[in-house]
Design a protein around this ligand. Structure first.
Ligand code: ADP
Ligand code: ZN
Length: 512
């Protein structure tokens, strides 16, 4: 224990461990294989770097990205740790291998595809290995959000050195993924250590999208500090960055993979140094960026999953000061995500679908957002947090089953090929040319929507699309899906959050 706190202080300059770091380090020093699930910023690197310094032999670190490895290498070397990377980008590979064989390395970073090569295995058997650290370990699981087949090749290497402990590290893993990581990497179930995921200083809000420009502009106006706006495509990034800069007069720059590397690097450097800049970006932005004072993260559309949402919003408020995370979502986001599901390989569809369902649950809930998030990560949080939109302004939940049934019947009776605009006319009893031409004024659903139900139709359609009971057709129409039939038969119910006043006034308008 003496040596541990000494190294913590002398090598890393820290006075205390944070959170579960000491538990993880202790297990590793005792040679017990471990899966540590710790949120981004919790200090995962220390949990293998400290043992690497103390234990005899080299700690082999498997990491998915060369850029991440080089970052880690820089900070480890700055702390005086003897470290090297072994990647195709390194020209001094011969020298690195010689240092490893001579036992002169505490840390050796490699990519998973190298780890699976027979030559690499031979090399490892020529010196002492203290520990295998597997960073971003969720990449080994098909349940994870970032599966990398190369990670599956690690197991034979690990098994070739059965006496060497394994430390798997990840920031984002739900229950399913965790169990899978343990199995895939051969770590016993009692080797799981989970750190607290709560980020109490982040205020969560999730709202239907109306006019996304106005909505995001309002976020910028209320939050003068640095912030990130995530947009779904490169084109949207460019467009939003330009419009927001014009509308707010703030410094707003774009970031996406289509920009030249030097432009990206410049924009990122400016953001990190700035106290008020806004970065409009695709999800390509944020990994490995060390900026503790990000005051807000806004999403112009839905993220890929709850994991992605947590990771992206988690870039706000690392310094512990109050910060906000606001998401603006539309039914079309879910429609597109469901369409993409069809293109996913067969064996991944179920897990992808479940990921989308969980996200729809978070978006649609009238309960505490934080509670839903934390339960997703396996915690048992209090029912209310007091720092999310639903806790601060409790949503008005209404039973929309009847309206849902009316809408679904209209979809069915009109042949599952019309969009919401036409369906609304039929249900409201509007006999325009198209309605008359198709004979839709003769249907039993013509004019059955009551006056007070009309303002809720769009919210009901959105909720039905989020849960998959309505799915878009190739030609912009809507068709039945998921549990639509159960809803129609009265075997399922649908509660929705009463939509914002503004939307109830501008009813029937197209999704912003
Ligand atoms: P992660 O990989 O979990 O996202 P890092 O390993 O990059 O996190 O660490 C995040 C930050 O926390 C780094 O700046 C690191 O120096 C700092 N840190 C880690 N452990 C401690 C500690 N015990 N005390 C103070 N700062 C720490
Ligand atoms: Zn709450």
């Amino acid at each position: 224990p003496e040596a541990v706190s000494q190294a913590l202080h002398d090598v890393f300059g820290f006075t205390h461990f944070r959170g579960v770091q000491d538990q993880v380090v202790e297990r590793v020093l005792h040679g017990h294989s471990t899966l540590a699930v710790m949120p981004t910023g919790a200090g995962k690197s220390l949990t293998y770097q400290l043992p690497a310094v103390l234990l005899e032999g080299t700690c082999v670190v498997v990491s998915p990205l060369i850029a991440l490895m080089h970052d880690q290498l820089r900070s480890a070397t700055a702390n005086g740790i003897r470290a090297a990377t072994l990647t195709s980008a390194d020209e001094n590979r011969g020298e690195t291998m010689a240092r490893f064989r001579a036992g002169e390395l505490d840390l050796l970073y490699v990519a998973p595809e190298r780890a699976s090569q027979p030559q690499f295995r031979d090399m490892l058997s020529q010196a002492r290995i203290a520990l295998f650290a597997i960073d971003e370990a969720h990449c080994v699981s098909e349940w994870g959000h970032d599966f990398r087949p190369d990670y599956r090749l690690l197991r034979p290497l690990l098994d070739a050195f059965p006496q060497v402990p394994r430390l798997a590290l990840t920031a984002t893993a739900d229950h399913h993924t965790r169990t899978d990581i343990l199995a895939q990497l051969g770590i016993a179930e009692d080797g799981l250590i989970v750190a607290g995921f709560d980020r109490p200083n982040i205020r969560y809000a999730i709202r239907p999208r109306e006019s996304v420009m106005h909505q995001i502009r309002a976020v910028l106006d209320e939050n003068p500090g640095p912030g990130i706006v995530y947009a779904p495509t490169r084109a949207r990034v460019e467009q939003l960055a330009e419009k927001l800069a014009g509308a707010t007069g703030r410094r707003v720059l774009p970031y996406h993979a289509g920009l030249a590397p030097e432009v990206r690097a410049r924009n990122q450097a400016e953001f990190v140094a700035s106290e008020d800049m806004v970065m409009v970006a695709t999800v390509a932005f944020g990994m490995g960026i060390d900026k503790p004072d990000v005051r807000f993260v806004a999403h112009a559309g839905i993220p890929k999953s709850i994991e992605a949402y947590y990771q992206e919003t988690g870039r706000a408020g690392r310094d512990g000061d109050p910060s906000v995370a606001v998401m603006f979502w539309g039914a079309d986001d879910f429609a597109r995500a469901r369409q993409r599901l069809a293109e996913v390989e067969e064996h991944r569809q179920q897990s992808e679908r479940q990921r989308l369902e969980s996200l729809a649950g978070l978006v649609e809930t009238a309960d505490c957002r934080r509670a839903v998030l934390l339960r997703h990560f396996g915690e048992e949080p209090p029912a209310k947090c007091g720092n999310c939109d639903n806790c601060l302004e409790p949503a008005d939940v209404i039973d929309a089953t009847t309206i849902a049934q009316k809408l679904l019947s209209a979809v069915y009776r009109t042949g599952q090929s019309y969009g919401l605009g036409h369906l609304e006319k039929v249900l409201s009893g509007v006999s325009d040319d198209r309605v008359l031409q198709r004979g839709h004024d003769q249907l039993s659903v013509f004019g059955i929507l009551r006056e007070e139900e009309k303002p809720l139709l769009k919210a009901v359609s959105r909720a039905l699309q989020a849960r998959g009971s309505l799915v878009p057709t190739d030609h912009g129409g809507l068709a039945l899906g998921g549990d639509a039939r159960a809803l129609l038969k009265g075997d399922a119910a649908m509660m929705i959050v009463r939509p914002p006043k503004k939307e109830r006034r501008r009813r029937g308008s197209a999704d912003g």
